[in-house]
Design a protein around this ligand. Structure first.
Ligand code: ADP
Ligand code: MG
Length: 256
């Protein structure tokens, strides 16, 4: 296997309570790995720990996080700032909580660009790649004038702006209706195909992520209990929790 984009082994705690217990995994270049677990299992803690942002939520992390071969846990915050947004893109759950509602699309694009780079930007191609209109009317819209789906596409565009090797998306579709959810999942698959971006896709919904994932990691009460290709996880779940998760998946039952 070529060098992993990401390789980690971490534990995390809030005060005296450990919520991630030696969770270890790796992502190969251009791989989509879904991290699936129930609410409270530690998914967001893991995402924030990997970004070295957990302390802003009052948590502490121990262990190792290697991004493109480089150990992140020992880097200074200034060095981390150059990595976040550059080599790791982060897509949060909801545009409503993450985009300043008063700012216009063009301002959000411009500020994200300026935060990390010099020189002219090609915002048009970026917007087109996330299937947003790149015309003047759209660029002048304020964040609170966008639909949730458009807002989520814009968050994805901002995360992709500097062509990161890795995208971490923390339940990026859970605020969306089923059809928009499906189109955003398609968008992640397209980004992965066209750009070769590795994606860590966090979700509470095994069924919805199975189609786009090369591998599914199952997190249960802060333990990584199972990991494998979606087909294997569905057909032959090994861990009792995974078996329960698969058994609880909705099935369509039509009357005769
Ligand atoms: N700031 C915090 N202080 C104390 N406990 C927290 C904090 N944030 C999360 N937790 C706890 O850590 C566990 C994992 O939370 P989280 O990572 O947000 O789970 P998930 O994203 O899977 O829903 C939960 O039990 C949650 O209550
Ligand atoms: Mg969460």
């Amino acid at each position: 296997m070529s060098r992993p984009v990401l390789q980690y082994r971490i534990s995390a705690r809030y005060g005296a309570t450990e919520v991630l217990h030696e969770v270890a995994a790796a992502l190969a270049p251009a791989q989509i790995v879904s991290l699936v677990g129930l609410s409270g299992s530690g998914k967001s803690t893991l995402a924030l720990a990997l970004l070295r942002l957990l302390r802003y939520r009052g948590g502490q992390v121990t262990g190792s996080i290697r991004l493109e071969g480089r150990e992140l846990t020992t880097l200074a915050e200034s060095e981390m700032r150059a990595i976040r947004g550059h080599r790791i893109g982060y897509v949060p759950q909801s545009p409503g909580l993450s985009l300043n509602p008063r700012l216009r699309v063009q301002t959000l694009l411009h500020e994200t660009w300026r935060a990390h780079a010099a020189g002219p930007a090609n915002h048009q191609a970026l917007l087109e790649s996330v299937q947003l209109p790149a015309d003047a009317v759209f660029l002048r819209k304020r964040a609170d004038e966008l639909s949730t789906g458009q807002g989520q596409r814009l968050l994805i565009a901002l995360a992709l702006m500097h062509s990161p090797a890795l995208l971490i998306a923390d339940e990026p579709t859970s605020a969306l209706d089923a059809i928009t959810q499906a189109s955003i999942l398609d968008l992640f698959a397209k980004i992965n195909r066209e750009r070769g971006t590795a994606i860590l896709f966090i979700s509470h919904d095994l069924l919805s992520v199975a189609g786009i994932s090369h591998r599914v990691d199952i997190l249960h009460e802060g333990h990584l209990v199972e990991s494998g290709p979606p087909v294997a996880v569905f057909r032959t779940p090994q861990h009792p929790f995974t078996r329960r998760l698969v058994a609880a998946m909705p099935r369509l039952v039509l009357p005769d």
